[in-house]
Design a protein around this ligand. Structure first.
Ligand code: PA5
Length: 424
C-alpha cells in the first residue's frame, strides 16, 4: 500500500547494515521493553480497539449529522492535528457534503476566535471538545467561551445533545465537567499519547461526524500494521525509512523537508511535523522536520533547496492517484501560448513538475530525496499512513536511544506563561 524508495538519496551506508539494531527495536516494541513502553498502545490498537465504542461513535455521528450544519472541533496538538490532517486529505479543501468542520481551541488568537463565532452565527452547531488532560489552556479557554455561547442559544438541556467530550476514561477536569453536565464522552486510551492518537476517538469521532468512512480508515491501518509486523528490513518500508533518516543525519543532514504536490496534504505535513518533532527532538538530538507544498513553494523555498546551504534532505510524499482530475482545454486563439498543454490531464502536468523538480534537486542541487508513495488520498490510505509513520517514528527515535513517547520540553514555556497569567 505504501512504497518507500531510497534510490535518490545518496546514502553512504547500506540500509540493511542496520538489521541487527532494527531486529532488537522490533522485539522491544513487541515485548513492551523499549524506552517509553507505557505508551505503545498504538501498535496493537488497529487490532484490539474497543468495537463497542466504535459502534457508538458511528451512531453518534449519524445522530448529529442529521441535525447540525457546523462541527466545531476543540483541541490542540495531538488532540487536533491528526483529525485535521485526515479530514483535509480525505475530503479535500472545499468539501460540499453539508457539514462544515471548524477547528478551534488550537490558538490564543483573539481574532481567530471572534471570526469563528461570527461565522457560525445563525447556524446549527455541534461541539466535540478533545483533551486528555482537560487542562490545556488554549482548549479550555475556547471550550468555556463556546459552551457559554451554546448554553445561551440552545439551553443546558439541548447542549447535552450537542456537546461531546473526548477525554481520559476516569480522571481530569474535562471528564468531571462532562459527567456533571451530562455530556456524552469518548475515551482517550491511557497507553496512547496525543500524537499517536488519531486512530482513537480523538480523530475518529470528528472524522465520522465529518462524513469520513472511519471503518475504511481502521481497516487500512490494520492491513498496513500487519504488513509492518516484521523486523526484516528488506520487507518493512517503515523501518527502511527510519534507517534512511538516521543515515542521512550521519551524513550531516539535520533537516528533513516533507514535500507534497497536493494542496490537501498540507495538514498531513503539520501532523507529521508534530509526530517526528515532538518524538525525536530531545536530549540535543533529532532531525528538524519542516515541510513544503510544491509546486506552490517552488516559487518560495525552491531556491533554497536548489542552491542554499546543504543542511536538508527532502522526503517526497507522492500520491499515485489524485482525488479529482480534469483536462486542460484548447483555446482557438492561444493568446496565452498555453495550447502546448491542451488535452493533457491536470494531474499529468503536476506529475511532470514533480519529475522535473526531483531531477533538478537531485542531479544539479545534490539534495538527497527519499520517496514515499501512497496510492491515493482515501480514508484507507490515511489509516495505512498512520501505521507507517508511527512505526517509522518510534524506530527512528529508538535508533537514537530516545524515548519516542514523552515531550518533557514543552513544559518550560507553559511554566513561564502560567506565571505571567497569574495561574496558581
Ligand atoms: O502530543 C501531545 O501529547 C500533545 O501535543 C498534546 O496532545 C496536546 O498538548 C494536547 O493535550 P491535551 O489532550 O491534554 O489537551
Amino acid at each position: 500500500m505504501i512504497k518507500f524508495d531510497a534510490s535518490h538519496a545518496f546514502l553512504q551506508e547500506d540500509i540493511l547494515s542496520y538489521q541487527p539494531q532494527i531486529h532488537a527495536i522490533h522485539q522491544s516494541l513487541k515485548e513492551h521493553t523499549c524506552k517509553g513502553n507505557d505508551f505503545i498502545g498504538w501498535l496493537n490498537w488497529p487490532f484490539n480497539y474497543d468495537k463497542e465504542e466504535f459502534a457508538r461513535m458511528l451512531k453518534t455521528a449519524e445522530r448529529v449529522r442529521s441535525k447540525c450544519e457546523v462541527l466545531l472541533v476543540c483541541g490542540i496538538g495531538g488532540s487536533y492535528l491528526g483529525a485535521r490532517a485526515a479530514y483535509e486529505m480525505i475530503k479535500g479543501m472545499y468539501p460540499d457534503d453539508g457539514m462544515e468542520v471548524i477547528f478551534i481551541g488550537n490558538t490564543f488568537s483573539s481574532t481567530y476566535f471572534k471570526q469563528v463565532m461570527h461565522h457560525i452565527e445563525g447556524r446549527s452547531v455541534i461541539l466535540n471538545v478533545i483533551s486528555k488532560s482537560g487542562t490545556t489552556t488554549e482548549t479550555a479557554m475556547a471550550f468555556r467561551m463556546i459552551r457559554q455561547w451554546m448554553e445561551e442559544r440552545y439551553g443546558k438541556e439541548e447542549c447535552r445533545e450537542r456537546i461531546i467530550a473526548t477525554t481520559d476514561k476516569a480522571r481530569g477536569t474535562l471528564k468531571e465537567l462532562a459527567d456533571k453536565e451530562g455530556y456524552e464522552t469518548f475515551v482517550i486510551p491511557d497507553d496512547i499519547g496525543g500524537r499517536y492518537s488519531v486512530i482513537t476517538p480523538v480523530g475518529l469521532l470528528p472524522l465520522a461526524i465529518a462524513g469520513v468512512d472511519i471503518q475504511a480508515l481502521m481497516d487500512g491501518c490494520r492491513k498496513m500494521a500487519e504488513l509492518l509486523d516484521t523486523a526484516d528490513l528488506t520487507q518493512n518500508p517503515a523501518y527502511q525509512y527510519a534507517v534512511a533518516r538516521r543515515i542521512l543525519q550521519n551524513q550531516g543532514k539535520d533537516a528533513e523537508m516533507l514535500v507534497s504536490y497536493e494542496t490537501q496534504m498540507a495538514m498531513v505535513a503539520e501532523w507529521w511535523k508534530q509526530l517526528f518533532g515532538e518524538s525525536e527532538g530531545k536530549e540535543g538530538k533529532g532531525i528538524l522536520p519542516c515541510s513544503a507544498n510544491f509546486s506552490t513553494d517552488l516559487h518560495s523555498l525552491g531556491q533554497f533547496v536548489q542552491e542554499g546551504k546543504k543542511v536538508l534532505y527532502e522526503t517526497l510524499l507522492l500520491t499515485e492517484k489524485p482525488m479529482l482530475d480534469g483536462i486542460f482545454p484548447e483555446d482557438a486563439e492561444d493568446l496565452d501560448h498555453m495550447n502546448y498543454l491542451a488535452g493533457k490531464s491536470l494531474d499529468w502536468v503536476n506529475k511532470m513538475a514533480c519529475q522535473g523538480t526531483l531531477e533538478a534537486h537531485e542531479e544539479t542541487g545534490h539534495v538527497p530525496n527519499l520517496i514515499i508513495t501512497i496510492p491515493d488520498m482515501s480514508a484507507a490510505t490515511f489509516g495505512a499512513m498512520c501505521a507507517f509513520f508511527f512505526q517509522a517514528c518510534a524506530a527512528s527515535c529508538l535508533l537514537l536511544d530516545i524515548n519516542p513517547f514523552n515531550q518533557p520540553g514543552v513544559e518550560v514555556y507553559k511554566k513561564n506563561m502560567f506565571r505571567l497569567l497569574g495561574k496558581k
